[in-house]
Write a protein of this length. Structure first.
Length: 341
């Protein structure tokens, strides 16, 4: 992240009343080498994509377009992002341009790409239990020792508090979190717990896996107490649990993914309204794409949303929406996230 770049983005965003997209979610691949029980990518062979040389060139060009537009941050996601052999080249290119970069990964390949992932502003490794059996049951593969080993290696190349452990939480692993918080405290890591929620992809859903009724309070109260005990390490938005209880996005708290979070697929195409449902996609340059009648119409519909949005509680769209829907909440959440409050 370069401060001169951020300053240029702020100027561009100010000139457009902060109505421009400020982040890109780039699914570098939709393939995965794990089989997590709560994730739709875990269904073996369901998603396959071809990484062509043409797509690679297009992605570099896209990063230039995003910088020109005034985008602050680029999140590399998936599937498992390190299954795309070009991902670390994209990270380096985006970092050199000044973008703030982050990437969640299951950790199986971080040792192989240690120098590449060292460039990320925030490396996120998904570990939801330090109990090997429970990890294997939830993540579908008995790989906890290997992932911990990979993580310890990569930490030698990273600064304190720039590596985050993502823990998908429900009642099954809730009581594993104090051990995970201690693990993070000893290594100067951030622990980001996120309640398991249902994730729809183009109309398809796994069987209901989310929390209901008093279970939401049980998880929220436990996490708030955990954060009290580990204030430097445990970070999450308290408001997310009010949002979760209220059933997710709704007209009073609409999803801002369409206007503020650009969805880019492995082939470099841009998708609307979001990464989880495509109603319009294009390979046009980003400014042309956003100015197209199709994109403008979909973005104009974001405050009323679509039927398929019902119950959606996905974390990344939630965060950009929280910042957009309520400046006060944005400030509170930022403080909450940084544990200044
Ligand atoms: C979709 S994964 C993609 C990146 C990578 N494969 C990984 O596992 O980190 C991004 C994050 O979403 C989390 N996740 C997946 N499905 C989830 C669900 N249904 N509820 C909550 N978190 C989920 C994963 O644990 C991971 O931390
Ligand atoms: S959470 Fe990540 S590692 Fe697990 S199946 Fe989904 S994409 Fe793969
Ligand atoms: S609420 Fe947002 S992220 Fe969820 S399905 Fe609707 S547009 Fe997509």
């Amino acid at each position: 992240m370069k401060y001169s770049y951020i300053a240029r983005c702020v100027a561009k965003q100010l000139a457009r009343g902060f109505k421009l997209p400020y982040m890109v979610m780039f699914e570098t691949t939709q393939m995965c080498n794990m089989f997590c029980e709560y994730c739709i990518f875990g269904e073996e062979g369901k998603f396959n994509d071809l990484q062509t040389r043409a797509a690679r060139q297009r992605i570099f060009q896209r990063i230039d377009e995003f910088c020109d537009l005034g985008v602050f941050a680029l999140s590399f996601s998936g599937g498992e992002p390190l299954l795309n052999p070009s991902t670390c080249d994209y990270i380096a290119y985006a970092a050199d341009r000044g973008l703030w970069t982050s990437m969640p990964t299951n950790g199986l390949l971080i040792r192989k790409y240690a120098d590449g992932v060292a460039r990320l502003d925030m490396l996120e490794v998904s570990i939801d239990s330090l109990n090997p059996e429970r990890f294997a049951k939830r993540r579908g593969i008995n790989a906890l020792p290997k992932i911990i080993d990979n993580l310890e290696y990569v930490l030698g190349k990273r600064r304190p508090f720039t590596t985050q452990i993502n823990a998908a939480v429900n009642l099954e692993n809730l009581h594993d979190l104090p051990a995970l918080a201690e693990f993070c405290q000893q290594r100067h890591l951030v622990l980001h717990p996120e309640a398991v929620h249902n994730v729809m992809r183009n109309g398809e859903l796994l069987p209901d896996a989310e929390l209901h009724g008093p279970d939401i309070d049980t998880v929220a109260d436990f996490l708030i107490e955990l954060r009290r005990q580990f204030p430097k390490n445990v970070r999450f938005y308290t408001h997310y649990y009010d949002f979760y209880r209220a059933g997710g996005f709704r007209p009073g708290f609409p999803c801002r993914h369409p206007s503020r979070l650009i969805s880019m697929k492995p082939d470099g195409s841009l998708h609307l309204p979001c990464a989880f449902k495509t109603l319009y996609h294009s390979q046009a340059p980003v400014k042309e794409f956003l100015a197209s009648p199709e994109a403008r119409q979909l973005i104009a519909q974001e405050t009323t949303m679509w039927d398929f949005c019902h119950g959606c509680k996905i974390g990344c769209p939630y965060e950009v929406s929280a910042f957009t829907n309520s400046p006060t909440l944005a400030l509170q959440s930022a403080l909450d996230f940084l544990r200044w409050s």
